[in-house]
Ligand binder design. Structure first.
Ligand SMILES: O=P(O)(O)OC[C@H](O)CO
Ligand SMILES: [Mg+2]
Length: 245
């Protein structure tokens, strides 16, 4: 991890802005993608596993779809575009049921109440974003801004830094120096994107993700509930979490 090399420690007191990933970090939506991909692959007598999941998660839909059909060897039978059409009906039913990840609400409220500017940078496109967040609009309204994967400034999806640089530009008084930004991510592509943008990253990975993907992150936590703002010079929580918030 970067902090073992010492480069991260100097930054810990200088964080002024926070960028959140969404799928798998704030919202428990990665399970929906996993489920539909398992269903589609079963038709080809193949199984979906976490080594493939690791290569898809966090990316724009078409970029992840290309990885899916190519890595599974089904591209002669199913194009990336047709894969997206096929999974759409299932996803549209699932997304409105999206739950928050543990600790997401508590951390967002804490940073907002303490005047730390926060935003979201998600690879998901606007139509899916609206479905996923429809039960959580109040919480997402605390974000200064939201950058989605179909934003014109996001030419390439994660691990390109485009989305995080666009997010840094849009804070009040932006662009904010990447060295002052802390990113929260769950996906290997997202952690790389944040590092490519010159930012610090707290990774909150699914426990099934291979631990070799943890190495690029500055800090790795098993839950947002474990985040200690004071580790990064941010205002501390006044109370320990008493429940999954
Ligand atoms: O993890 P996010 O929020 O960038 O979303 C990316 C895709 O929609 C899901 O992997
Ligand atoms: Mg994510």
């Amino acid at each position: 991890m970067a902090n073992e090399e010492g480069s991260n420690d100097a930054r810990k007191g200088s964080i002024s802005h926070v960028i959140f990933d969404m799928d798998g970090l704030l919202l428990d939506t990665e399970k929906f993608y996993t489920e539909v991909q398992e269903i589609i692959l079963a038709r080809y007598n193949k199984t979906f596993d976490w080594s493939l999941k690791a290569k898809m998660m966090g990316k724009k839909a078409i970029e992840a779809a290309r990885v899916f059909v190519e890595e599974t060897g089904i591209s002669d039978s199913l194009t990336a575009e047709d894969f997206l059409v096929e999974r759409e009906e299932m996803l549209q039913k699932m997304f409105p049921t999206s739950d928050l990840m543990p600790g997401a609400s508590r951390l967002i409220h804490h940073l907002h109440e303490n005047g730390i500017p926060i935003c979201v940078a998600t690879g998901t496109h606007t139509r899916h974003f609206d479905l996923k967040t429809q039960r959580h609009s109040k919480l997402f309204s605390l974000m200064h801004h939201i950058v989605r994967g179909d934003d014109p400034e996001v030419k390439q999806g994660k691990p390109s830094p485009d989305i995080f640089l666009a997010a840094a530009n849009r804070f009040e008084g932006g662009p904010v120096d990447p060295q002052r930004i802390l990113v929260f991510e769950d996906a290997p592509s997202g952690v790389l994107a944040a590092k490519n943008a010159g930012m610090s990253v707290v990774m909150v990975p699914d426990e099934r993700l291979d631990s070799s993907y943890h190495e690029v992150a500055d800090q790795v936590l098993s839950s947002l509930l474990d985040f200690n703002p004071a580790d990064w010079g941010l205002p501390p929580f006044e109370n320990a979490p008493t429940k999954v918030e």
